[in-house]
Every structure is written in structure tokens, then in C-alpha cells.
Write a protein that binds this ligand. Structure first.
Ligand code: NAP
Length: 346
């Protein structure tokens, strides 16, 4: 379960795939030894090393706050480490590889004095004026502010070949990977707004999109559901769940089980987009900061302020809607500015 350690779930976390990168080939540099002692009171600790975390580091470092960014031991870099070509991050007209983009983020943050630690945060106490952060490597740090940028994990179906076929037909992100399925027959799993949105979006590329849902009515809002139901390229397969994935080395089809009568059938598809919800990684802080009804960290208005003074949150851990690298980066910037203002006042 995701309650182990957000940063230890490398293999459990299947991200925006495209031709997804398998295995641990992180180009992120090993962190240098920390310049500052563990025992000093820092201005800022950032937890998480996706676009939100690194952007918060770039801004707080340039503000002279010498942030410590705790990047996790095995999955430093976040979701973009699992993608290949990133074509929609502004400023890179030719596109670039997700891991290269993250290495650039790190280099830019370190250029201005960010200290990076490849370790897992296992416990925090954020309630006092001095925030305490403990790592799996046995270190304890103290800071006046903490920026939480721990991201969210796409929910999986839990099928045997799901990880193996991630990036080879199985995807969690239509915005990222839809482009690879021009004129193909594909399927989307789920009955919520995300599934509707993904299915509609994918009809721009695919010739045919099956929408597979385990019940006989959608959970999605009426307007989103109607849009999918009225789309001539979408065919809904009700009362069905995917039980097996087939194809070597790429997905070629799935086995469906009817949830009413238990009968099974085969469906030929070259793509399967899984949109059954996602889980923000909040286990570290869920007993300390307020969460939204959807279990994201609650922030005040357009700010990054959580319900605890001096604690800010950014990126996918606060965002049920947009979930893009660029929106996460922007959110990291907001958190850095909010932390800076807080430090000016305290
Ligand atoms: P969600 O609302 O939790 O819906 C998840 C869907 O996946 C449900 O239909 C659920 O089935 C199904 N599901 C869950 N686990 C499954 C499994 N193991 N196998 C098969 N099906 C499974 O998640 P979401 O669609 O990602 O939306 C999350 C939030 O973001 C919602 O509040 C949504 O309104 C919001 N959102 C809004 C927009 C928009 O307005 N533009 C777009 C995207 C998301 P059951 O129905 O049977 O439970």
C-alpha cells in the first residue's frame, strides 16, 4: 500500500508512460555531502523532487534561503522520470526526455545553492514553529518552513502484467500519450470524470475508444458523461472489468469479465488508458494538516498555505484537476514565494 513510504514506491507507481522508461536509469546526480550540519535550523526544507519540488528549490535558493531538498532514495525526479519524450513543456520546442528535464531542474536548483539529499522522509512533526523532518537514513532535520511536494500516484488495476506493459500500450495519461495512438483502437477504464475526459480527448487520435466501466451507470458528472455518451467514436462497455492484459512486447488485447453474470470475453485494443482515480501521497502529514474531501492537501485559495503556519504544499499533492509538469512547477513557485513571505514575517 502507499502507506509504506511515498518515496519507496518506485515500482508501484506507474506514470505517464508513452514509450515509458523501465528500470532505474536515473540521470539525477548523486547528492554531494551536505554542507550544513544536521543540527542547524534551516529556513526551508522541500520534500519531493518532481517539477513542484525543484521549482520551489530554484526560487528559494535564488532568494538566498539555501533550501534542503529531500529527493527520495529511489524515485528522485518524480513522474517525469518514467516518460520519454516531453513535448509540451514550454521552452523546449524540439521536446526533451523526461529524465533530462528533471536533471536540468536539479542542476538549476543546485546552481543557486540548493542542497539535495537522496533519502526518504519517514516522519515529520510540522506543528511547532520548528518543523522536524526525519529520514529513513536516520537523519533528523529542523526548519522554519517546509514545502510538501510529494505528488500523487495513479491508481492501478492490480493486474499481473500492468507494470510490464506500462509504456507499451498501457498508460495513465491521455495528455501525455494520446498522440501515440493515432488511428488505433483503444480502451479507457473507469467511470469518473477523468475517464470521461480521457476518452473524449483520445477520440482526437484514436479511431475507436471503448469505455470500460464496472457498473451500469457512471460516477462522472452528467455533463461529462453525456459528452462521452454522445461521442460517436466512444462505445461504452458496461458492467465489465479488465482481468487480463495480452500482447508481447506491446499490448494487443484484454480479457473482460462481466460483473453481472461472470462471463468473459476478449477485446482487441492496442492501448489501455487507466483512469480509476489517483491517490495524493499524504500519509506523512494526514494527521497534521487538513485534507480536502478528495484527500488532497488543503491549501488556502490560490496560495500554497496549508492549515499549519510555515507549511506549504505544491504540485500534484494539492491538485485534483490539472496534474501537468508545468502546472506543478508553477505551484512550486507559488510555494517558494509564500515560504519567503512567511520567513520575512517571522
Ligand atoms: P473518481 O471520481 O474516484 O472515479 C474513479 C472511477 O474509477 C469510478 O467510476 C470507479 O468505479 C472506477 N474505479 C475505481 N477503482 C477501480 C478499479 N479497481 N477497477 C475498475 N474501476 C475502478 O476518480 P477520477 O475520475 O480520477 O476523478 C477524481 C476527481 O477529479 C473527481 O472529483 C472528479 O470530479 C475530478 N475531475 C474533474 C474533471 C473535470 O471536471 N474536468 C476531470 C477529471 C477529474 P465506481 O464508479 O464503481 O466507484
Amino acid at each position: 500500500s502507499h502507506r509504506t513510504s511515498w518515496s519507496r514506491r518506485k515500482l508501484d507507481r506507474l506514470a505517464c508512460g508513452g514509450e515509458g522508461v523501465q528500470g532505474n536509469n536515473s540521470p539525477l546526480k548523486l547528492a554531494r555531502p551536505l554542507r550544513k550540519q544536521e543540527s542547524i535550523l534551516r529556513d526551508v526544507i522541500i520534500i519531493g523532487s518532481g517539477p513542484a519540488g525543484w521549482t520551489a528549490a530554484i526560487y528559494t535558493a535564488r532568494a538566498g534561503l539555501n533550501p534542503l531538498l529531500i529527493a527520495s532514495s529511489v524515485e528522485a525526479g518524480g513522474e517525469l522520470m518514467k516518460t520519454t519524450e516531453v513535448e509540451n513543456f514550454p521552452g523546449f520546442p524540439e521536446g526533451l526526455m523526461g529524465p533530462d528535464l528533471m536533471a536540468n531542474f536539479q542542476a538549476q536548483a543546485e546552481r543557486f545553492g540548493t542542497e539535495t539529499l537522496l533519502d526518504d522522509v519517514v516522519e515529520v512533526d510540522l506543528r511547532g514553529d520548528v518543523k522536524i523532518v526525519k529520514t529513513g537514513g536516520g537523519k533528523t532535520f529542523e526548519a522554519k518552513t517546509v514545502i510538501l511536494a510529494t505528488g500523487a500516484a495513479y491508481r492501478e488495476l492490480g493486474l499481473p502484467r500492468e507494470k510490464e506493459l506500462s509504456g507499451h500500450g498501457v498508460s495513465w495519461c491521455a495528455t501525455c500519450d494520446g498522440f501515440f495512438f493515432r488511428q488505433k483502437t483503444i480502451a479507457v477504464v473507469g467511470g469518473g470524470d477523468s475517464a470521461m475526459e480521457e476518452a473524449n480527448f483520445l477520440t482526437r487520435f484514436a479511431d475507436k475508444v471503448y469505455l470500460i466501466h464496472r457498473r451500469d451507470s457512471f460516477k462522472a458528472s452528467k455533463i461529462m458523461a453525456d459528452r462521452a455518451l454522445n461521442n460517436p467514436k466512444i462505445e461504452v462497455i458496461w458492467n465489465s472489468e479488465v482481468t487480463e492484459l495480452h500482447g508481447e512486447p506491446k499490448l494487443s488485447g484484454v480479457t473482460l469479465r462481466n460483473t453481472v453474470d461472470g462471463s468473459t470475453s476478449q477485446l482487441d485494443v492496442e492501448g489501455l488508458f487507466i483512469a480509476v482515480g489517483n491517490d495524493p501521497r499524504v500519509w506523512l502529514v494526514e494527521d497534521q494538516v487538513e485534507l480536502t474531501s478528495e484527500k488532497f492537501i488543503k491549501v488556502e485559495g490560490r496560495s500554497s498555505k496549508t492549515t499549519l503556519p510555515g507549511v506549504f504544499a505544491a504540485g500534484d499533492v494539492i491538485d485534483p484537476t490539472y496534474r501537468q509538469a508545468i502546472t506543478a512547477a508553477a505551484s512550486g513557485c507559488v510555494a517558494a514565494l509564500d515560504a519567503e513571505h512567511y520567513l520575512n514575517d517571522h
